[in-house]
Ligand binder design. Structure first.
Ligand code: G
Ligand code: G
Ligand code: MN
Length: 291
C-alpha cells in the first residue's frame, strides 16, 4: 500500500524482494539483534601505509557478521538494518570497544598502530558519543591520537551544525576525524573549511581507474591539492596495484589503503602479516625511548 501511494501511478505489484518486512528479512533482523546484543560481530582490520615511507600507520576497523549457514553478510546490508532496528549505537559501541582493546593489545606488544572506526549518521546526532569515546580511551589508557573516526560527507552534511559540534568535542580531545568516501557527496567547500577535520579519504571510485581515466586522475589530483591547501592529510582508498600506488605517491598523496597493502584481516592475522609482508611499522618502544 505504501509503495502504491508513493508511486506516481498509484499502484504497485507485491514482490517479496522489495518487501521490507518479508519473513526472510524478519528472520535476519532477529539474528542481527541477537548477534549485536551478544557481541558476536567480528571486526577485521585493513592496514594503511604512508606513501612516502611505506610505513604502516594505522588500520581501519571493519565490522563483519558471520551468520551460520549464510556466510559473511556484508556491512552495506547489516549496517542499514542495525539503524532500522535502533541498534546502531550499540553496534558502534561494540566496534569501538573491540578496536580500542585491540589497539591497546598491539601497543603493549610494541606495535604503534592507530585504529579508525566508521561512524554512521546516527552517531553524529548522539550527544553522548564524545563522552563514550573519551571513557573508552581512558579504559584502555590510550592517547586519543591513536583513534580516528571516519564519517561520510553525506552523514555530516545531513545535519551539519549538530554533527560539527559533536565532532568538534572529539577533535578538541585529540581524536582524529576523517571524511570518508570524499568526492561522492556534496559537501560545500566553505563548510569543509570550518569542520573539525584532520583528514580526507578519496573515494575508491576515483582511485580505481585513475591510471586509465584522465578525468579520474584529475579529480584525484584536485582532491589532494584541496586537502593539502586546507591543511589536511589525504588518504586514497581502494589502491589495488603498484602502478596506482606510484601515481599517488607522485601526486603527493599521503596515505594509501587497499588491496596493494592488504585486504582487511582478522586481528590475529595482523602481526604475522606485518612480519612476513615486510611493511615497516612504528614501534611504541622506539617512541617511548625517543621521548
Ligand atoms: O570492507 P567493507 O565491505 O566491509 O565495508 C563496507 C562499508 O561498511 C564501508 O563503507 C564501511 O564504512 C562500512 N562499515 C564497516 N564497518 C562499519 C561499522 O562498524 N560501522 C559503520 N557505521 N559502518 C561500517
Ligand atoms: O570507505 P569504506 O569505509 O566504505 O571502505 C571500506 C571498504 O572498501 C570495505 O568494503 C573494504 O573491503 C573495501 N576495500 C578495501 N580495499 C579495497 C580495494 O583495494 N579494492 C576494492 N575494490 N575494495 C576495497
Ligand atoms: Mn571507512
Amino acid at each position: 500500500m505504501y509503495a502504491a501511494k508513493r508511486a506516481a501511478s498509484g499502484f504497485a505489484l507485491y514482490s517479496a524482494a522489495s518487501d521490507t518486512n518479508s519473513a526472510e528479512r524478519l528472520r535476519l533482523m532477529g539474528d542481527l539483534r541477537q548477534a549485536i546484543e551478544a557481541n558476536q560481530l567480528a571486526v577485521h582490520y585493513q592496514p594503511k601505509a604512508d606513501l612516502s615511507t611505506g610505513q604502516v600507520v594505522g588500520v581501519e576497523a571493519l565490522a563483519r557478521w558471520q551468520l551460520p549457514g549464510r556466510g559473511l553478510v556484508p556491512p552495506d546490508q547489516f549496517i542499514p538494518l542495525a539503524e532500522h532496528l535502533g541498534l546502531i549505537e550499540l553496534l558502534t559501541f561494540r566496534v569501538l570497544n573491540r578496536a580500542l582493546e585491540q589497539c591497546r593489545l598491539w601497543r603493549s606488544r610494541g606495535l604503534e598502530v592507530g585504529v579508525a572506526v566508521n561512524l554512521s549518521a546516527h552517531s553524529l546526532r548522539d550527544p553522548e558519543l564524545p563522552e563514550m569515546v573519551v571513557q573508552l580511551l581512558r579504559t584502555y589508557d590510550l592517547p586519543p591520537s591513536l583513534l580516528e573516526l571516519e564519517v561520510t560527507e553525506s552523514a555530516v552534511m545531513a545535519e551539519a551544525e549538530r554533527a560539527g559540534a559533536i565532532l568538534g568535542r572529539l577533535h578538541e580531545r585529540g581524536v582524529r576525524v576523517s571524511i570518508d568516501d570524499f568526492g561522492t557527496g556534496y559537501s560545500s567547500l566553505a563548510y569543509l573549511k570550518r569542520l573539525p577535520v584532520d583528514q580526507i579519504k578519496i573515494d575508491r571510485g576515483f582511485v580505481r581507474d585513475m591510471l586509465a581515466n584522465d578525468e579520474d586522475a584529475y579529480i584525484v589530483r584536485t582532491i589532494v591539492e584541496l586537502g593539502h591547501n586546507l591543511g589536511l592529510r589525504v588518504v586514497a582508498e581502494g589502491v589495488e596495484d603498484r602502478g596506482t600506488w606510484d601515481a599517488l605517491a607522485a601526486l603527493g598523496c599521503d596515505i594509501a589503503q587497499g588491496y596493494v597493502v592488504s585486504r582487511p584481516l582478522p586481528a590475529e592475522s595482523f602481526p604475522p602479516w606485518l612480519e612476513q609482508s615486510g611493511w615497516p611499522v612504528a614501534s611504541s618502544e622506539a617512541d617511548a625511548a625517543a621521548s
